[in-house]
Design a protein around this ligand. Sequence first.
Ligand code: CA
Length: 227
Amino acid sequence: MTDPITVLVVEDEPPIRRFLRTSLSAQGYRVLEAESGAHALELLRGRLDVVVLDLGLPDMDGLAVLEALRRHSAVPVIVLSSRSNEKGKVRALDLGADDYVTKPFGMEELIARIRTAIRHRFQQQGERASFSTGGLDVDLVRRIVKLDGKEVKLSRKEDDILSLLTAHAGKVLTHQFIIREVWRTPTDVQYLRIYIKQLRQKIETDPHEPRYILTELGVGYRLHEPD
Ligand code: CA
C-alpha cells in the first residue's frame, strides 16, 4: 500500500478546519492542521503533498506563508480566498499558488482542484503529446488543432497561448502569467483579451458560451480539464 496523500490545512476558523478535516479524511487523505501562519511555517518543513492555505490568518498574511514556502518547496498550494480579497487571490497565484477556491466553497470543487494540482505537479513538462476535451483536439507535437474533427488554422500567438493553456489544462493561469510566458515583455492585458477572443472564435462551437477556454473573472483563464 502506498502512503496516503498528506494535506496541510492552514485555516484559523475551527468550523472550516473541522469540515476540511472530515471531508478530506473521508477521501483517504491524511490531514495536518495549522490554525496560524507561525504553526504553518513549522509544519511546512515536513513532507507534504498539498497545502490548502487560507489567506486571512490572525498572526500573518497568508501571502507571507506562501512566499516563505516557495523559497524551498514546489508543493502544490490551493488558496482559500474571500470574495472581498480578489487582489490577494491574484497575487497568490502570481507568487506560485496553484489554484484557489472562493469561500464559501463546495467540497467537490476543492477536491477537484487538489487533484488537478497534484496531477499537474507530477506530470513531466512536455510529457503530454496530445490533448482532448469535448470536440477539441490539440496535437502538441505537430501543432495541429481540430474542432469536431476539422482542422483549425491558428496564428503563431494564438497557437502559443493555446499551447500554454494546454500544458496547464484544468489550472487557472493569471493574465500576468500568460503575458509573461507568451509575450515575454510587459504587455497590456487588453491584447491578451483580443487574442483570447480570436482563439475562441476559432476553437469554440459557440464563442459567446465558451466551453474550453473559461474566463476566471478578474484573474485569468482556465482551459477545461482533459477528457
Ligand atoms: Ca481566516
